[in-house]
Ligand binder design. Structure first.
Ligand SMILES: [Zn+2]
Length: 133
């Protein structure tokens, strides 16, 4: 487990999060992840600390509305999502790995990636093709 610092593009939103990238990251082919090219890792409820920008965050929800997609109202970068699923240990944060300021390319290259076929609501299986995700 390591603590990373992250931010949106303009810096209005800044956070710290505790992640073990060796435990895995994921990419999904649902409509939102595809358009945002969202590459994520999951942090536990106490694994994310917002350092600034609570009032800069805007909440976008779609579909069943279970996931809060939080993005900066100024620069539009989605910093993380927040959801609640018992399978993930209750409340969790899906951290946008692209927003981590102090992760190294080597750490990202070594992180395993699981692919999820969110487009077909089949989160436990990868889609047929993943190279474009
Ligand atoms: Zn911003």
């Amino acid at each position: 487990m390591k603590t990373y610092r992250g931010s949106c593009h303009c810096g209005a939103v800044q956070f710290e999060c505790d992640l073990d990238l060796a435990e895995g990251t994921s990419k999904c082919d649902c409509s939102a992840c595809t358009k945002g090219r969202f590459w994520k890792a999951i942090a536990k409820a106490d694994g994310l600390r917002l350092r600034r920008g609570e009032d800069a965050l805007t909440d976008y929800r779609f579909g069943s509305g279970t996931i809060h997609h939080l993005f900066c109202r100024t620069c539009g970068v989605k910093v993380f999502g927040r959801g609640h699923m018992e399978a993930l240990g209750g409340t969790f944060f899906a951290i946008n790995l692209a927003c981590l300021d102090d992760v190294t390319p080597a750490e990202l290259l070594q992180a395993p990636i699981a692919y999820q076929d969110g487009r077909n609501n089949n989160w436990s299986s990868p889609p047929a093709e993943t190279r474009h995700l």
